[in-house]
Write a protein that binds this ligand. Structure first.
Ligand SMILES: NC(=O)c1ccc[n+]([C@@H]2O[C@H](COP(=O)([O-])OP(=O)(O)OC[C@H]3O[C@@H](n4cnc5c(N)ncnc54)[C@H](O)[C@@H]3O)[C@@H](O)[C@H]2O)c1
Length: 439
């Protein structure tokens, strides 16, 4: 009998209780996936409001219907708590807490550290601990492992430890959690076997790799790859604008190449809480090796500049119509960081609104997914989403498409005097081309 046989047997028999820490965009879909496969799940969050909402069977995420949650609360498969002394109950604990940056753009590990501390206080023999949060290579073995072994329990013998990065893509209707292959890495061969067995229960394809550091860097590579490619097309769009060439048409043409080219699209800047943040986790770690990650910094620099470019385009377009920015009424269309999601964290819309306001513009916004703007890490606006009535649209001086939510753009273009389009949503609306400025 091997050390890992007992936990694997529990997992395969669906007798294992699954604990998930952090009921956010990553944790909650995982909770439901395990419940759907008939596991019992105990969710943990420090936010007692979220805990109470979930206990009532309600969702606070647009992408998740309440009915998907209430079903499992009612049948007793799901329980949620803010009592972390219950961490000794689950057989498997998945950590899905935030990994943001500090003001100085360095990894803010307080959430992982606090979670590790409470797991340490409650760790018991036989438990599997998996870190899912995006982080630098080395976190699992340098930060979690020593802390957990300080209990006197030994990894791969008394408890199991692994890293498995999340690949959640909120709003993506083409790929469900189950269909997205999951990379896993255990600290020891026994840990690898247990973690592979666990995710094999809920994910169609599990991809084991040789160490947690490989899995940690794999996640960062995926995000850096996006960040760098988005920066590339953003830089090219600023050039093609001067050259009088439509970058969107160029990308469309290049995309007909059946090999060696993957399209990325320009936009109003970089958004979300992954791509603008995660790459700096690697830059920070690279310093330990006397290494500067130049691509990451260059991509960041270009993407951070794009909102300034967009604002300059708004100013030029107003100027061309004999209007000044000061006092202009500007409608921002979409403040979420991407299409059809309800999340505005790190959205370039916030930087654009802030810059426009500083230049004296009067800002209003419309976002069907974000009825009012909460406070953010850097910005705070006291605004509610304006309805797209004819009166509102006719009274603005310009509208700026920041997020390409699925709304009727033709009607908007018809009614506003000027539209600045960062997402190519006005493609095909040739009739109104005098009103349209691509940015
Ligand atoms: N959202 C995505 O699309 C996505 C995709 C891949 C990876 N990730 C990564 O997954 C991790 C979580 O991201 P998210 O988007 O789910 O964040 P989130 O902010 O939506 O959710 C995190 C949750 O953790 C809770 N929390 C904070 N500290 C806690 C603690 N000490 N104990 C228990 N709960 C705590 C918060 O209250 C919140 O509910 C991050 O590392 C992120 O980079 C996110």
């Amino acid at each position: 009998m091997h050390i890992e046989d007992r936990p694997i047997k529990k997992i395969l028999g669906k007798d294992a209780l699954i604990g998930i820490i952090g009921m956010g965009y990553v944790g909650l879909p995982l909770v439901l996936r395990f419940c759907e496969e008939n596991f019992r799940v105990l969710g943990f969050d420090i936010d007692s409001k979220k805990v109470a909402t979930l206990q009532r069977g309600r969702s606070y995420l647009k992408s998740i219907l309440s009915s998907r949650i209430s079903r499992f609360i009612r049948n007793g498969h799901l329980d949620v708590t803010d009592d972390f002394s219950r961490l000794d109950e689950p057989d498997c604990i998945l950590i899905c807490v935030p990994t943001p940056l500090t003001e100085k753009m360095e990894p803010d590990l307080q959430y992982i550290e606090n979670t590790t501390q409470v797991i340490h206080q409650n760790l018991r023999k036989g438990q599997l601990i998996v870190l899912e949060s995006t982080t630098y290579p080395g976190t699992t073995e340098e930060l979690l492992l020593p802390k957990l072994e300080a209990t006197g329990l030994k990894v791969g013998k008394d408890f199991f430890l692994a890293f498995s990065p999340e690949r959640e893509d909120p709003g993506n209707k083409r790929f469900m959690t189950r269909q997205i292959p999951k990379v896993v890495a255990g600290v020891t061969p026994a840990c690898q076997k247990v973690v592979t067995a666990l995710y094999g229960q809920i994910i169609q394809k599990v991809v084991p790799v040789s160490s947690p550091r490989v899995a940690e860097l794999n996640k960062l590579l995926e995000n850096i790859y996006r960040g760098v490619n988005i920066a590339l097309v953003n830089e090219l769009k600023m050039l093609t604008d001067r050259m009088g060439i439509d970058i969107w048409e160029v990308i469309e043409a290049a995309s007909t190449k059946p090999f060696g080219f993957s399209p990325f699209y320009p936009g109003p800047g970089m958004g979300g809480h992954c791509i603008p943040i995660d790459p700096y986790y690697l830059s920070w770690k690279a310093r330990e090796y006397d290494f500067t990650t130049r691509f990451i910094f260059l991509a960041g620099e270009i993407n951070v500049h794009v909102p300034y470019y967009v604002v300059a385009k708004v100013q030029d377009a107003l100027n061309a119509r004999g209007k000044s920015m000061k006092g202009a009424r500007i409608l921002i269309l979409g403040v979420a960081y991407k299409k059809d999601v309800d999340d505005a964290r790190e959205s370039p819309a916030l930087a654009i609104m802030n810059l426009l306001q500083k230049k004296g513009a009067v800002i209003l916004y419309h976002d069907p997914y974000i009825p009012s703007l909460p406070s953010f890490r850097k910005y705070s606006f006291n605004l509610k989403s304006s309805p797209l009535t004819e009166k509102v649209l006719r009274r603005v001086d310009a509208a700026v498409v920041v997020t390409d939510h699925s709304i009727d753009y033709e009607r908007i273009v018809k009614l506003v005097p000027l539209i600045i389009d960062t997402r190519n949503v006005t493609k095909g609306l040739i009739r109104y081309k005098k009103k349209i400025v691509k940015a």
